[in-house]
Design a protein around this ligand. Structure first.
Ligand code: F6R
Length: 612
């Protein structure tokens, strides 16, 4: 949430900053801006603009950036203060000698702002961030590091910041608490960013800053210490595996479409090296030291947000199918505001694509403080959640840039499939059962490819319904969470109101909404509750509802009952979400495109929600 880039080196900073910002635009796109230390004058020049990054570039034609080798840039997802030119970052002190970009929330900004106003500071924006610029100015007596640390010691809340000082044009300072920052180094240059995708074009050597770290950065060196102490820490760089092609569109019109089509491969990556046919089980080396905690658990609690929460609900159904361990699923944002019952035999599993979601991270810390073993299912390697959990399963879906999560969801479900089989083999599953599950898993990627290459039907269905105002998504059993996920996808990128419901719940209220203008998308696969869902469909048809069914190939009944059918291959009931979600992703995508919307940057959203 919010993208930050900083640069110090020998090259033209503006082009590197703008390239980085574009790669981070998925993190927020309300407004953007840059501050440069001008090479000729050593003065700070700040240019910022509400809107997308292209609007900032347009402004450069009239408000020309100076030549510079040091600068910072930001793309914003507004928290405090509406998205306008003035509230855009960077924010500066009273004399334009200090400029900073910030990701996070300064919770005590009102108190600090009142104090600084009394001291004579003039504020121009409504943001919490501007307080930081003035607070650093307040403490600045010639030593930038002292001023930044003193200011940060007065601040409550979260931050990832990068700061420029015009009087010190050969350094930038970066600090992190609660909002991720990564520093990349290559010959004679350092690039600081809120995630590695802005760095990868320049280097694969990165340092992940930890909470509390402050870095004093020159083009060749980093001095790392903490907010509380000046003792030097080791600046440990690691190699990242991400490649440039993974974070580019590769010929697709949108990242979301590319990521939908990547799913056969991303799922193969999730399962690579983890299918153990010899023992009819799954091998999860990342959690092997904690496996006994899981098999001995009195309860497993899974916590996550949004799409990851939907995958978690499928995870619960899977684990409970193959083991006798009770599983609960909690919204991470609710978890720590009630009294979750945790014993030392409770295992908490936190699920997150980004590994940076603030609510999920808070739930992780709550679980840890109460003594639970905390495991993660995470996509981003080295993310905060990945680091703070006791152990975990990486989903290996590759970078997900589209704001609407797609391949991360199927990879999370796959991680739960593997986990539930591994646990199940210690509980209720025989070798033969385990082996037959493993063999079926291997078929899933090619079954997804089949669905992806048979999309004409989806186009015609979307043309019929893209102007509708409301949609109902219905499913039962393993496909109830898929109905929730389908509805979420549609509403977040097409802005159509959509509700996901367990199909049989419909008669307890939502059935009142049914008429010919309300498409009902029903997942009606040949599974243990097929007959029941057919009855639910008939209830809708009796009320003149327009029904689109997701059915299994070979189904002869549904085509005569419903208005449109999308066929998908058969698989085991427990694995069906991985296939049934694919048409729902495509429907949301197509409808948003037909409505002329910006699929990869839907309004009001940001990819990784790092504020509470
Ligand atoms: C929906 C979506 C969000 C995320 C949620 C959690 O398409 O992307 O609902 O799933 O914000 O994010 P992670 O998984 O990064 O913790």
């Amino acid at each position: 949430m919010c993208g930050i880039v900083g640069y110090i080196g020998n090259k033209d900073s503006l082009s590197i900053l703008m390239d980085g910002l574009k790669r981070l635009e998925y993190r927020g796109y309300d407004s953007s801006g840059v501050s440069l230390i001008c090479r000729e004058t050593s003065k700070i020049k700040t240019i910022k603009k509400a809107g997308k990054i292209k609007d900032l570039e347009e402004l450069f034609k009239t408000n020309k950036p100076c030549k510079s080798n040091v600068g910072i840039a930001h793309t914003r997802w507004a928290t405090h203060g509406e998205p306008n030119d003035i509230n855009a970052h960077p924010h500066n002190d009273c004399f334009n000698k200090i400029s900073l970009v910030h990701n996070g929330i300064i919770e005590n900004y009102r108190t600090l702002k009142n104090y600084l106003i009394q001291k004579g500071h003039t504020f121009v924006s409504d943001t919490d961030t501007e307080v930081l610029a003035h607070l650093i100015e307040h403490f600045y007596k010639g030593d930038p590091m002292v001023a930044v640390k003193k200011a940060l010691n007065r601040v409550d809340g979260t931050y990832g910041i990068v700061v420029l000082f015009s009087e010190h044009p050969d350094i930038v300072i970066a600090a992190r608490k609660g909002s991720p920052l990564v520093i990349g180094k290559s010959d004679n240059q350092m690039i600081i960013a809120s995630d590695a995708s802005a760095i990868i074009a320049h280097t694969n050597q990165v340092l992940y800053m930890q909470d509390g770290d402050v870095a004093y950065i020159t083009k060749n060196d980093i001095e790392l210490s903490t907010v509380e102490s000046n003792d030097a820490l080791d600046a440990e760089f690691v190699e990242i595996e991400m490649t440039l092609s993974q974070i580019e569109k590769g010929g697709y019109e949108h990242f979301m479409l590319k990521e939908i089509f990547e799913q056969p491969d991303s799922l193969r990556d999730t399962m690579t090296g983890r299918l153990d046919k010899e023992n009819g089980t799954a091998r999860l080396n990342g959690i092997k030291d904690y496996f006994k905690n899981l098999t001995d658990a009195d309860r497993i609690i899974i916590t996550a947000c949004g799409t990851s929460w939907h995958a978690s609900l499928i995870g619960k159904y899977l684990i409970e199918s193959y083991t006798n361990i009770p599983v609960e699923v909690d919204y991470a944002s609710e978890f720590r505001y009630r009294n979750p019952i945790i014993t030392e035999r409770t295992v908490l599993i936190v699920v997150s694509q980004s590994g940076e979601t603030a609510d999920t991270l808070a739930a992780l810390r709550e679980g840890k403080s109460k003594g639970a073993t905390v495991l993660g299912i995470c996509n981003v390697v080295g993310s905060t959640i990945a680091r703070e959990t006791d152990a975990g399963i990486y989903t290996h879906a590759g970078p997900e840039i589209g704001v609407a999560s797609t391949k991360a969801f199927t990879a999370q479900v796959m991680a739960f499939i593997l986990l539930s089989i591994a646990l199940g083999r210690k509980k209720l599953l025989s070798f033969d059962q385990g082996l037959s599950l493993i063999k079926e898993i291997e078929q899933l990627p090619s079954k997804i490819s089949e669905i992806l290459h048979d999309k004409n039907k989806i186009d015609s269905i979307c043309r019929k319904s893209y102007k509708k105002k409301n949609f109902l998504y219905l499913g039962r059993g393993f496909n109830f969470p898929v109905a929730l996920e389908g509805a979420l996808k549609l509403k977040e990128i097409s802005y159509i109101h959509a509700e996901g419901y367990p199909a049989a719940e419909m008669k307890h209220g939502p059935i009142a909404l049914i008429d010919e203008n309300m498409p009902a998308l029903v997942i009606a696969l040949k599974d243990s509750i097929y007959e029941k869902i057919i009855s639910n469909i008939k209830e809708i048809k009796a009320r003149k509802g327009y029904v689109i069914a997701i059915a299994n190939k070979g189904d002869k009944i549904l085509k005569d009952i419903v208005d449109d059918v999308i066929y998908i291959p058969e698989t085991k009931e427990e694995f069906s979400p991985i296939l049934s979600v694919i048409p729902l992703q495509l429907i949301a995508y197509k409808i948003a495109v037909m409505r002329g919307l910006d699929v990869d940057m839907p309004r009001n959203l940001a990819k990784s929600v790092t504020v509470e």
